[in-house]
Design a protein around this ligand. Structure first.
Ligand code: GSH
Length: 284
């Protein structure tokens, strides 16, 4: 599959690049960013996927989080996709900031008119990894995943639905229990249909807190950072996720950060710790 490089900038001895490609899964052109650390010049390196939150593109993380310095230090690549398909002319696609464009929620939609293109779960767990493994010097068996808010939830469900695929998972201010919050309910009902509809309960299959109950796989050392001053805490419900982890003996650390809010200043403050956490498992 062909990739078009749209930018390439040297950064901490490595290179921050952006590519576009035609996505089969999503039926549109997609951008993704990849940071290759200096170590990638001499051989294959481990890879962390970053999933961003509502309203983001592939740009927010690479320009605001300051992750490249720690990625270069630990010799890990980072891939960051866009957060939804775009430019499809689906009615309602660009009407609200928390649904449609910029809000793919990392699920495979089953409801018309979204189900043909809104397949971000398959895109981030299959199509994008395969594309990256084919085209860049990364180790397919040394991958992990992290993200923020909607993307923090995306990281948690990708890891919980694919035991053993990701060496570890971490999240900043993840939407932990989307079935219980307005953002989750709006997107799950729009993309997956009413709660409990269909043969299977799709909401439970895409809700990190509910997924924990059926997880069978190696324990993951889940790391979550949460700003104690985050105005969206009522949407995020980290305490529900921690309780569910405790019930199934899943190791989890929730670090409440006094005074921090929901934004990228918070992420930038703790991203080094997250990359160090991932490097520990990616290099084990
Ligand atoms: N509606 C608000 C909230 C959206 C929001 O906070 N989005 C988070 C993810 S849930 C984000 O990363 N925004 C982009 C940024 O801060 O660069 C906005 O557009 O600023």
């Amino acid at each position: 599959m062909s990739l078009t490089e749209t930018s390439s900038s040297k950064c901490f001895g490595g290179v921050q690049k952006i590519f576009s490609h035609d996505s089969k899964e999503l039926g549109c052109k997609m951008n993704f960013a990849i940071y290759l650390p200096p170590q990638a010049e001499d051989g294959k390196v481990p890879l962390i996927f970053w999933l961003s939150g509502l309203t983001c593109t592939e740009q927010n993380f690479i320009t605001k989080a300051g992750a490249q310095r720690a990625a270069a230090e630990h010799g890990v690549a980072i891939v960051c996709p866009d957060t939804s398909p775009r430019g499809l002319n689906i009615p309602g696609e660009d009407e609200s900031w928390d649904f449609g464009s910029g809000a793919g929620f990392y699920v495979n939609a089953v409801v018309d008119p979204w189900k043909k293109n809104y397949r971000m779960y398959s895109y981030v767990t299959q199509e994008l990894p395969e594309l990256v493994f084919e085209n860049f010097p990364v180790l397919p068996d040394k991958i992990s995943i992290m993200g923020h808010s909607m993307g923090g939830h995306g990281a948690l469900i990708c890891a919980l639905k694919n035991p053993g695929k990701y060496k570890t998972v971490s999240a900043f201010a993840p939407i932990c229990n989307p079935s219980q919050g307005q953002w989750g309910q709006k997107n799950f009902s729009g993309l997956l249909g009413p709660r409990g509809s269909g043969d299977n309960d799709l909401w439970a299959q895409y809700d990190a807190t509910l997924l924990l109950k059926s997880y069978v796989g190696p324990p993951m050392d889940i790391l979550i950072d949460q700003g104690a001053g985050d105005p969206y805490l009522h949407e995020l419900l980290p305490e529900n996720f921690v309780k569910a982890c405790q019930a199934v003996n899943m190791p989890v650390v929730l670090q409440m950060r006094e005074g921090y809010d929901h934004g990228y200043y918070f992420i930038a403050s703790f991203i080094d710790e997250h990359i160090k956490h991932h490097a520990r498992y990616l290099k084990a």
